[in-house]
Structure formats: structure tokens, C-alpha cells
Design a protein around this ligand. Structure first.
Ligand SMILES: Cc1cc2nc3c(=O)[nH]c(=O)nc-3n(C[C@H](O)[C@H](O)[C@H](O)COP(=O)(O)OP(=O)(O)OC[C@H]3O[C@@H](n4cnc5c(N)ncnc54)[C@H](O)[C@@H]3O)c2cc1C
Length: 344
């Protein structure tokens, strides 16, 4: 038996939230992440000497929610900042202002810095892909290592691949139904679009779905835009995401009236950008296998992913005999009742 009672696979925000809840309850927990950095789809990549947000554009938090308290704490420490309530909308009639929406939050250090913050103090091992998770009568094997329970904190298609076809948990996971997207970063030497643009929801375009002013949201004023493609365009270019750059750059320039071509570009593929639709249940806990993330809880968002991971971590800790702040005691994971053995 390893000394880590629970293994969380995936250090996106849901996996780190789940591990944090388990750790707070005194459960030994280890996180294995295949990437070189945590964050998953809250990705911030260093391009031309600054971080650019390549995945999630911003986060929102429902008033009164526990996640809102997490965001408020980040704000108090200068890690998150209120960005905007208003974006432009683009459609056949051109650009117009949107109605005010929820407060969108950004992070001066890039959204990934928030996941890094949540991960501090946890046993997170990077560059550690997990290939196979096998439920056994009294434990779970993850690449041959024994754990009391394993949480897969990732999109369904990725989680399914790790489980044997006979695993009970795998039956509830969808092999398909996730949309891809390509993020295209466009950089200029100076800003060439209207001040206060912030971002644009693009309707009825075969190419673009959303456009963000990265210099505005990060607060450094850099002349960098990040465009997200439609799922249709992404499907055409999943093998070679760079091929999405010319149509995206052309459409962005036409939309904002920018005469000059961008001076540099960068394209990133998201094979599983968002679930269509997410499971309505907050997470899955089938015996000793848990699954959480933005594929659960009815809305694909950073806040939904955190909420799913946190709730699964608390439930799992309770089933392992730990309450928040309690004494560590690791035992085999059993469902609370036969009825609870399945989608929660
Ligand atoms: C282009 C785009 C735009 C978005 N815009 C917004 C937005 O504006 N606002 C918003 O709220 N949300 C947005 N989202 C959604 C948001 O990013 C996600 O809801 C959230 O980040 C999901 O977190 P997660 O932990 O569930 O999954 P992920 O972030 O996908 O984390 C899964 C992790 O598991 C790891 N992993 C997978 N398989 C293995 C394995 N076998 N072994 C080890 N590790 C593994 C992955 O490397 C990854 O780090 C956007 C997403 C995309 C792609």
C-alpha cells in the first residue's frame, strides 16, 4: 500500500480543489499531472516575455457561493482582479456593446497562477502521466500502485481511456460530446483597436466564437489578442492547429478594422474544450473511483470545475471516515449505501 490514500489524476482546478478538500480533512492525497505545469485548461503560456491566457478567458463566481469566497481571497491577495462585466457582441450588423453580465475576473499572473496557488502545500507530481486505473476488490491500482481511491479530474473521454471497459464508473462517462477549440494568439507592436474593447462574443461566424484583449485583462496593456475558434473550425484543423491562424487573423482584422497583419502568432489546440452538455450531477463516485471537473454540475466553467472537485473531495473524505479537520484514518472506500454507488 502506498502512503497516499487517495490518488487524484489531473492538476486542473477540479483536481487541485478535490485534493485540497481531502488534505483539509486529513486524508493522505497525491496528485499526478501529466503536464509540466498544473492548470489544465486554465493555461497561461509565456509568449514574447509575458504570460498569455490560452484556455479559460476569465472566471465568474455566483454571489454567495463558496467559490466566491475563494475568489475574494485571491482578490485580497492581489492574485485575481475584477476585469469587466461588459463585452462587445459581433454579428451581421457589426460590433455593439453587450448588456452588463456577471463580474468577470482575471489574474495578473495568468489564470494558471490561481491553480498553482491552490496547489501549494499539496503533494503534486508533474510530468507524471497515468496510463491505467484498475478497480480491485479492496483498492484501486493506478499503473500498478495501490490506492484506497482514485479520482479522475478531467474530461470524460480522457477519464474513460484510463479505465477498463468493465469498470462501473466508465459506464457513466461519455466517450464523445466534447467540443474542440483552437486558441489563436495575435500580437502587434502597438494596440490597434478601440480602447475599452475588452472582449467580443462573436455570433454567427464559422471561424470565431470569442475574442479577448489579453493586455487589458492582464493589466499590462500589451498589444495581444486571443481568439477562440468555433468548434467547426477547430475540427478542421485539429491535426495542424497553425493552419487555423490565417482565417482567424483575417476575421479578427476585418472585425476590428486593423489594417496591419499581426507581427507574431501562436496557436494552441484544445481537443476537449467544453462538454456539450455537462452531466447535471455534481460529480461521479462509483465505489473507489471518483470523476470530477467541468463535465459535471451542469455548467462548464472554472467555478463549476472547482465546485465539482471540492464537493467530491468532501464526500470521499467522509466515506473514508474523515471529517474536515479530523484525524487521518485511511480505509477502503465504500459507498455510503448501495443507492449511493453511482452518479451522485
Ligand atoms: C478555449 C477555452 C475557453 C474557456 N473559457 C472559459 C471562460 O472564459 N470561463 C470559464 O469559466 N471557463 C472557461 N473554459 C473552461 C475552463 O477552462 C474549464 O472549465 C476548467 O479549466 C476545467 O478544469 P478541470 O480541472 O475540470 O479540467 P482540466 O483543466 O482539463 O484539467 C485536467 C487535467 O488532467 C490532466 N490529465 C489528463 N489526463 C491525464 C493522465 N492520463 N495522467 C495525468 N494527468 C492527466 C490534464 O493534463 C489536465 O491538467 C474555457 C476552456 C477552454 C478550453
Amino acid at each position: 500500500m502506498t502512503d497516499a490514500g487517495v490518488l487524484v489524476v489531473g492538476a486542473g482546478i477540479s483536481g487541485v480543489a478535490c485534493a485540497g478538500a481531502l488534505h483539509a480533512a486529513g486524508v493522505p492525497v497525491r496528485v499526478l499531472e501529466r503536464g509540466r505545469v498544473p492548470g489544465g485548461r486554465m493555461a497561461s503560456r509565456r509568449l514574447h516575455d509575458r504570460y498569455v491566457d490560452l484556455g479559460a478567458s476569465y472566471l465568474t463566481a455566483s454571489e454567495g457561493s463558496v467559490f466566491a469566497e475563494v475568489v475574494a481571497a485571491w482578490h485580497a491577495r492581489g492574485l485575481a482582479q475584477p476585469w469587466t462585466r461588459e463585452f462587445a457582441v459581433a454579428d451581421a450588423d457589426g460590433l455593439r456593446p453587450s448588456k452588463p453580465g456577471p463580474q468577470r475576473w482575471s489574474a495578473p499572473g495568468g489564470l494558471r497562477s490561481l491553480v498553482v496557488d491552490l496547489a501549494s502545500g499539496l503533494d503534486v507530481r508533474l510530468g507524471s502521466p497515468v496510463a491505467r486505473v484498475e478497480p480491485r476488490a479492496d483498492a484501486v491500482l493506478a499503473d500498478g500502485e495501490r490506492y484506497d481511491a482514485v479520482v479522475l479530474a478531467m474530461p470524460d473521454p480522457q477519464a474513460r481511456r484510463l479505465l477498463p471497459p468493465t469498470a462501473h464508473a466508465g459506464e457513466a462517462l461519455r466517450p464523445e460530446g466534447w467540443e474542440p477549440a483552437i486558441a489563436v494568439v495575435l500580437g502587434w507592436a502597438e494596440r490597434r483597436w478601440p480602447a475599452g474593447l475588452r472582449g467580443v462574443f462573436v455570433n454567427d461566424s464559422p471561424v470565431l466564437s470569442f475574442l479577448a484583449d489579453d493586455g487589458d485583462r492582464r493589466g499590462d496593456g500589451a498589444a495581444v489578442l486571443v481568439a477562440h475558434t468555433t468548434a467547426e473550425l477547430a475540427r478542421q484543423h485539429l491535426e495542424n492547429p497553425d493552419a487555423a491562424t490565417p482565417p482567424v487573423a483575417d476575421e479578427v482584422r476585418a472585425l476590428l478594422g486593423i489594417a496591419e497583419a499581426p507581427e507574431w502568432t501562436f496557436a494552441h489546440r484544445w481537443s476537449y474544450a467544453r462538454p456539450t452538455p455537462p452531466h447535471p450531477e455534481p460529480y461521479l463516485l462509483a465505489g473507489p473511483i471518483g470523476v470530477c471537473g467541468d463535465g459535471w454540475g451542469g455548467a462548464s466553467s472554472v467555478g463549476a470545475a472547482w465546485t465539482s472537485g471540492d464537493a467530491l473531495g468532501r464526500d470521499l473524505a467522509a466515506r473514508l471516515g474523515h471529517a474536515a479537520g479530523g484525524t487521518a484514518r485511511v480505509g477502503a472506500v465504500r459507498p455510503a449505501s448501495p443507492a449511493a454507488d453511482g452518479v451522485v
